[in-house]
Design a protein. Structure first.
Length: 123
């Protein structure tokens, strides 16, 4: 990790901690929740015909997951995006997963959504 990346990570963490303190008060380090993951997963009734439709769906699910993070008062360390078509589809099965590790833990919908869409670029 370069000095610039480390500085950006430190800045992001400080902003996230300041946001948490402003919203909820001090961090209850001795009472931290045990939640391991927050997932927003849905099956769609139709095939997406464009990359833009897929990005919009990913953004919506990422925002829902971020909202649940805030409700549980936890932070995300990574964002995983997985897509697949029906295994019974005539075109053949396709399934991929990409995980993006966040520079600092966050509950911010914008950061989580951006990373979800960026992770989608590699799918």
């Amino acid at each position: 990790m370069s000095k610039e990346q480390l500085a950006e990570c430190s800045r992001s963490l400080a902003l996230n901690l300041a946001h948490y303190r402003a919203r909820y008060g001090e961090l209850p380090l001795d009472e931290m929740p045990i939640a391991k993951q927050v997932m927003s997963s849905r099956s769609f009734g139709q095939r997406f015909e464009s990359l833009q439709e897929l990005r919009e769906a990913i953004s919506n699910h990422a925002a829902n997951a971020a909202q649940r993070l805030r409700k549980q008062r936890v932070f995300a360390n990574a964002v995983s995006v997985f897509i697949q078509n029906s295994p019974f589809d005539e075109v053949g099965f396709y399934g991929r997963t990409e995980t993006v590790v966040l520079p600092a833990p966050t509950e911010c919908s914008l950061q989580i959504t951006n990373e979800g869409v960026i992770g989608n670029e590699d799918l």
